[in-house]
Ligand binder design. Structure first.
Ligand SMILES: *Cc1c(COP(=O)(O)O)cnc(C)c1O
Length: 366
């Protein structure tokens, strides 16, 4: 037994969505469930929120196939290729993010599209001055394609001034054609929770929400993290003073002590502390601990637990001083980085386990 699992709290998920709706007002909510719903289970999460969101968005057609939904699914730029247009999924909205791809679309295709406009990310996207041309090419060549929306991506929201300029750029690019678009969107999570940025996006009528649905803590809007990883020691044993622990003798006991063996390690993608530090799930606790000598990533209650030596493939060893063998240890790991195979348990508001029905197939099991 690994004794290592991820708990997902659906009541928190729903509460986040409720807050998002309240702030969003009339704007439609496009739930971004790419990357296996940020690691929390694309099928379970999409099922759980299906009647609480307006659209879904995924990164590629393979992810779209996993969603069992009647809702429309926006395929986000930039992972769209010619082959995708032959999908038999009827509820896909394609993104057109370059001129060339228009020639790859079969003439008879009946579909909706959004146009992705580049406003400085320079990754993909139709340039502002090409927008008119792209619109008329689609209208002229593809009689059954309906241009329904236009969007751009805010890629540097920590710089509000930059972002406001970017939004202005977007606004001016789409201004001449705005009546053609039913949907105009650019707000992502970090833009959405910033009042100034959100206000500047008054001309848009949808948001693309990822992070804020799952776990943006500490942004003052009452949004909370919907998951926790937990571990219970598989075994607890004693190490005598002067002895070392684990590979490379990286830890030497200064006194006789109790150590705990935890059943996770690099395979679960644990142990890359640099990555954890860049983790987008900013945790208030973590910030507080930042100022003291070690930076715990495993907690018993609020107390940081010391990892002894370094995690190896499937095991992490910790100092068990003052901790009982049965204590639940919370492990700080981002679900985005964590192995998607880690067991997930979904709970409702009464802390009862929720099972999603048998329609949920494994990835690729179509
Ligand atoms: C991932 C993604 C989002 C969601 O971003 P968050 O910051 O998680 O809300 C929105 N738009 C696009 C184009 C994305 O790729």
């Amino acid at each position: 037994m690994k004794n290592f699992w991820c708990e997902v709290y659906l009541d928190k998920l729903y509460n986040n969505l409720k807050i998002i709706r309240e702030i969003a007002g009339d704007k439609k909510v496009i739930a971004v469930v790419k990357g296996n719903a940020y690691g929390l289970g694309i099928q379970e999460i999409s099922k759980a929120i299906e009647d609480k969101v307006d659209y879904f968005a995924v990164a590629d057609i393979e992810e779209a196939k996993l969603l069992k939904t009647e809702k429309e699914i926006l395929l986000l730029s930039p992972l769209i290729s010619k082959e995708d247009f032959s999908t038999d999924l009827k509820n896909i909205i394609f993104t057109i993010d370059n001129k060339e791809i228009i020639n790859d679309i079969p003439e008879e295709l009946e579909a909706k599209v959004h146009i992705y406009v580049d406003t400085g990310m320079n990754r993909m996207g139709v340039k502002g001055e090409e927008l008119g041309d792209v619109i008329s090419q689609i209208e002229n060549k593809l009689p059954n394609v309906k241009i329904e929306g236009v969007y751009t991506h805010l890629h540097h929201t920590s710089n509000v001034k930059y972002t406001l300029k970017q939004i202005d750029k977007f606004k001016s690019y789409i201004e001449p054609y705005k009546n053609k678009f039913k949907m105009i969107h650019c707000l992502n999570s970090s833009g959405f929770i910033n009042d100034e940025i959100r206000t500047a996006c008054d001309f848009t009528n949808a948001i693309r929400a990822g992070n804020i649905i799952y776990g943006y803590d500490g942004m003052g809007k009452g949004l909370t993290r919907i998951y926790n990883y937990y571990s219970k020691p598989v075994n607890v044993c004693e190490v005598k003073k002067g002895e070392t622990v684990g590979y490379g003798c990286l830890f030497k006991a200064k006194k006789t002590m109790k150590i705990g063996i935890l059943g996770f390690g690099n395979i679960e993608h644990f142990g890359f502390s640099k990555d954890l530090r860049k983790n987008i799930f900013i945790d208030v606790l973590k910030a507080a601990y930042n100022s003291i000598k070690f930076r715990p990533v495993i907690f018993a209650g609020n107390r940081g637990i010391r990892v002894l030596g370094r995690s190896n493939m499937n095991i992490t060893i910790v100092d068990m001083a003052g901790i009982s063998k049965d204590e639940l240890l919370r492990v700080e790991i981002s679900p985005i980085l964590a192995d998607s195979r880690i067991k997930k348990i979904y709970y409702n508001e009464n802390k009862e386990e929720v099972f999603f029905d048998g329609n949920i197939s494994l990835a690729g099991d179509e």
